[in-house]
Design a protein. Structure first.
Length: 605
C-alpha cells in the first residue's frame, strides 16, 4: 500500500511537464527503494528523522516537549489563561485606533506572539491538553489569528501527530478547507512563515522528501487529500441531484467549500496548492487510471494533463459556481433565530425562555412580522430569570446600568444586535422597586432615567437617545444612587449591588476628570456617612470594544471598587447571564471555547 501511494505521488511530480527536467534525477532516485515496500507506516513518534531538510525542525520540536523554556512562568498561574489572553492578533492601529501601524511593526508583533506561543504550548499542554487544543482552534475561530494557528499546528504535528491527524476533519468547522493544505506547506517551510517563497521545483522536491522520510507527514498528507476527495465526490452527487430536481423540491443539502479551496487566484495560495501537488493528487484519486480504459495506454504526462483538465472542468469549476450561489442564497435565507420565532408564531413549537439571548431578541424588535413574538420571547425570558432568582440562583437583579454608545443606535431590516442595549433593558426589568425600569446616562451630569416606551423598539430608542458626554462623573452617579436609597429609607441589602458601565471604546482611566482613587474615597465616605458604608456598589466597567470583531480578549482586572472587563461574544453574554454578572478569567476563557464545535475536538496522544 505504501509503495503504491509513494509511486503515485512521485509519478505526479514526474508528470508535471514544467518541472520534469528539474526533478527527474530525484524521481529516479526515489522510485527504486519505494516500489519494494509494503504496508502503511505505523504511526510512531520517531524523533530521529533522516531527511536533512527537516531534521533540525523535528529535533527542535522534540526538545520543546521535554525542556521548560527558561524563566518562563505563567503570568496568571494557569498557562492556558496565558495562551488565551496573551496570544492575540496584533491590531493594525495604534494610539487608540487613530494611526495605522507600519507593516514591519505588525510583522514584528506577529513574530513575537508566535514565539511566545511556541514557548507556552508545552506548558499549557501539560496543564490541560484538551483545553490547549481548544485554544489552538480558537486561534482559527474568534481570534482569526491564522499565523498563530499554523504555528500551533506545526507544533502539534511534531509533538502530538495523532491528535492533529484526528482533528483535521474538524478544521472545516472553524474555517475553510484550505487551512489543512496550508499546514502541509508550513511543514515544508519548517514552520517559518516569514521566509520568501522558494522556487516551485524546490518545494515539490521538499514535499517528496518529506513524504518519503516522515511517516507522520505521510499520514497527514493522505488524510488531507482523502478529505478533499471525499467532499468533492459527495458534492458532485449533491449537485447532480439538484440538477435533476424541479424547482418546487427543496433539497437542503449543501456543497462544501472543497472546490473553492482548490481555486484560489492570488499568487501565494496558488504557490501553496502547486507545492503540495493538490490538484494532481486529487485528480488521481477521482479519476484513477485503472477505472478509466481511455487512460490506460496514455503516457504518464498525457494522463496527468487530461485528468487535471477534467478535474477542473467537470468538478472544481461547477462546484465552485454552486458554492458561490449557495452563499448568496444563504444570506437571504432565514437564520436559526428567525426560523425559531416564526415557528413560535405559527404554534409549530413551544416558546422556550432560554432559546435566544437578549441581543438576539432585540434583532427583531422592529420586524413587522415578528415584533409581537419577539416581545413575547423577551417577557418569557425575563419572567424565567426572575423565577430563578427567587429560587436562589444569581441573576442581574439589584444591578444598574450606565449606558454609553459611541455610535447611534441603528437598525438593519431588524436591528443591530446591540448587547449593551439588551443588558441595560434586562437589568432594569429584573430589578425591584425603586430601581425597576431605571438607567443612568453616561454624562458629566448624569441623571437617573425611567425607561419609557410601550414596546422593545421604543425602549431601545429611548435608551439610545439619552444625552451622552465623553466623560462620566462617577461621584455624581453614586450620589444619585445614594439619594434614592436615603429617600426610600432602604436597608443596606436593598442597595444596588453592582453598577455596570457599558461603553464601546472608552477606557476607564480616561472617562473621569479625577483619579479613581480620589473618586472612590469620596464615594466611600458619603455612603458611610448615610449608613451604607458596607453596601457601596461595585462598578463593572465593560468595554464592548469587540462588538463587531470578536477577536481580542482582554484579561478581566479588579482594583478596589471596580472590575474592568473588555470584549464581546455571544458565549460571553450567555455565561454572564448564567453567573449573574460574575465573570472571572477562567469563565471568560471558557466562554470562548464552549460552543458545540469545540466539543468535537479530541486529544489522542
Amino acid at each position: 500500500m505504501k509503495a503504491l501511494k509513494m509511486a503515485k505521488l512521485i509519478s505526479v511530480v514526474k508528470a508535471n511537464k514544467n518541472h520534469v527536467n528539474n526533478i527527474s534525477k530525484l524521481t529516479a532516485r526515489l522510485m527504486a527503494p519505494y516500489t519494494t515496500l509494503a504496508g502503511p507506516p505505523e504511526l510512531i513518534r520517531d524523533r530521529f528523522v533522516v531527511a536533512n531538510n527537516f531534521e533540525n525542525e523535528a529535533a527542535a520540536a522534540a526538545a520543546t516537549t521535554t525542556m521548560r523554556p527558561p524563566n518562563l512562568f505563567p503570568i496568571y498561574g494557569n498557562p492556558c489563561l496565558d495562551l488565551f489572553f496573551k496570544v492575540v492578533k496584533p491590531s493594525e492601529y495604534k494610539d487608540f485606533g487613530v494611526k495605522e501601524k507600519k507593516i514591519s511593526e505588525i510583522k514584528a508583533e506577529v513574530e513575537a506572539s508566535c514565539t511566545y506561543l511556541k514557548q507556552m504550548l508545552p506548558l499549557a499542554w501539560s496543564h490541560n491538553p484538551l483545553t490547549t487544543l481548544k485554544l489552538i482552534f480558537n486561534l482559527l475561530d474568534e481570534k482569526s489569528f491564522y499565523q498563530a494557528f499554523h504555528t500551533a499546528a506545526v507544533w502539534l504535528h511534531h509533538n502530538h501527530p495523532k491528535t492533529l491527524l484526528c482533528n483535521v476533519p474538524n478544521i472545516e468547522l472553524f474555517h475553510c478547507l484550505f487551512f489543512p493544505v496550508e499546514i502541509l506547506y508550513r511543514l515544508l517551510e519548517d514552520g517559518d512563515q516569514h521566509r520568501r517563497m522558494e522556487p516551485l521545483a524546490k518545494m515539490i522536491n521538499k514535499a517528496v522528501e518529506r513524504y518519503e522520510h516522515d511517516p507522520d507527514y505521510h499520514l497527514l498528507y493522505d488524510q488531507i487529500m482523502d478529505l478533499f476527495v471525499e467532499h468533492l465526490k459527495s458534492d458532485i452527487q449533491i449537485l447532480k441531484r439538484k440538477w435533476k430536481q424541479s424547482d418546487d423540491i427543496n433539497d437542503d443539502a449543501q456543497v462544501s467549500d472543497a472546490a473553492n479551496s482548490c481555486l484560489f487566484s492570488n499568487s501565494q495560495d496558488v504557490h501553496i496548492i502547486r507545492s503540495v501537488l493538490l490538484w494532481e493528487t486529487i485528480a488521481r484519486k477521482v479519476f484513477p487510471r485503472e477505472s478509466y480504459p481511455e487512460y490506460q495506454h496514455l503516457e504518464e504526462a498525457d494522463y496527468m494533463s487530461k485528468i487535471r483538465d477534467r478535474l477542473r472542468k467537470e468538478v472544481l469549476v461547477p462546484l465552485n459556481k454552486a458554492e458561490r450561489s449557495q452563499c448568496s442564497n444563504r444570506s437571504r435565507k432565514a437564520g436559526a433565530d428567525e426560523t425559531y420565532l416564526k415557528e413560535v408564531k405559527a404554534d409549530k413549537c413551544k416558546i422556550e425562555a432560554d432559546a435566544l439571548l437578549p441581543h438576539k431578541i432585540l434583532a427583531f424588535a422592529d420586524d413587522p412580522n415578528l415584533q409581537k413574538v419577539a416581545e413575547l420571547q423577551w417577557k418569557t425570558m425575563v419572567e424565567d430569570m426572575k423565577r430563578q432568582g427567587k429560587n436562589g440562583k444569581k441573576t442581574l437583579s439589584n444591578c444598574l446600568a450606565v449606558y454609553d454608545d459611541d455610535s447611534e443606535f441603528h437598525f438593519r431590516q431588524g436591528i443591530r444586535m446591540d448587547a449593551s442595549v439588551a443588558l441595560t433593558l434586562l437589568m432594569s426589568e429584573l430589578n425591584e422597586e425603586p430601581w425597576k425600569g431605571k438607567v443612568i446616562n453616561f454624562s458629566e451630569s448624569p441623571q437617573l432615567h425611567f425607561i419609557q416606551g410601550n414596546n422593545l423598539m421604543n425602549k431601545c430608542e429611548f435608551v439610545s437617545n439619552m444625552h451622552k458626554d465623553q466623560n462620566l462623573d462617577f461621584q455624581k452617579v453614586f450620589d444619585l444612587i445614594l439619594e434614592v436609597a436615603v429617600n426610600e429609607n432602604l436597608k443596606p441589602e436593598q442597595m444596588i449591588k453592582k453598577v455596570f458601565v457599558l461603553t464601546e471604546y472608552k477606557h476607564f482611566e480616561d472617562v473621569s476628570n479625577n483619579s479613581w482613587k480620589t473618586d472612590y474615597e469620596a464615594i466611600q465616605s458619603k455612603f458611610k456617612e448615610k449608613g451604607y458604608g458596607t453596601a457601596v456598589p461595585h462598578i463593572v466597567f465593560w468595554r464592548f470594544e469587540s462588538l463587531h470583531h470578536e477577536s481580542r480578549p482582554v484579561m478581566p482586572s479588579t482594583e478596589p471598587g471596580v472590575t474592568l472587563l473588555s470584549g464581546f461574544s455571544s458565549n460571553l453574554i450567555k455565561l454572564f447571564l448564567e453567573n449573574g454578572g460574575e465573570i472571572g478569567p477562567d469563565q471568560f476563557m471558557e466562554s470562548a471555547i464552549s460552543s458545540k464545535k469545540f466539543q468535537k475536538l479530541v486529544v489522542v496522544d
